[in-house]
Design a binder for this molecule. Structure first.
Ligand code: 4NP
Length: 155
């Protein structure tokens, strides 16, 4: 039997965007009956061990997503070998990942929003803004999650 696909979502702090992607994608993959290994991590270590930002959790909960069990960690060198898809939220995450990833695994690093049909390429950092930013993060992540599920299902 084939190994199940694995996905690592990456942002800067691993407390807003990438844990939201982890929670949303877990929910949608389960609904689709798709077995996937799903984790998230940050390129920087400001908040290691902390739970996701309360604002992300509150906005996500209103749409039915659970953040239970998610705690902040940093990207580690073994992630590049382990994961099939390493999905950056924005250009600086993408560039920071590229800087530390061995050449043989660089093809795994992609923008998460590649999997949408929308014009945006980046999920904007909501950390210093208001609730609207967190809702936009959810909107973009929901669309990209649907696209990634279709991709994994071979459509
Ligand atoms: P994230 O947002 O990358 O979506 O988790 C941020 C979280 C924390 C900080 C910046 C962005 N910070 O500067 O602490």
């Amino acid at each position: 039997m084939d190994k199940k696909p694995s996905v690592l979502f990456v942002c800067l702090g691993n407390i807003c965007r990438s844990p939201t992607a982890e929670a949303v994608f877990r929910h949608k993959a389960k609904q689709a009956g798709l077995a996937v290994d799903i984790e998230s991590a940050g390129t920087h270590g400001y908040h290691i061990g902390k739970e996701p930002d309360k604002r992300s959790q509150a906005c996500g909960a209103q749409r039915g997503y659970s953040f239970e069990g998610i705690s902040c960690r940093r990207v580690e060198s073994r992630d590049f070998e382990h994961f099939d898809f390493i999905l950056a939220m924005d250009e600086s995450n993408f560039d920071n990942l590229h800087k530390v990833c061995p050449d043989e695994f660089k093809h795994k690093i992609r923008y998460f929003l590649e999997f949408t049909t929308g014009p945006e390429r980046e999920v904007p950092d909501p950390y210093y803004g208001g609730k609207r930013g967190f809702e936009l993060v959810l909107d973009l992540i929901e669309q990209a999650s649907d696209g990634l599920i279709q991709h994994l299902q071979g459509h």
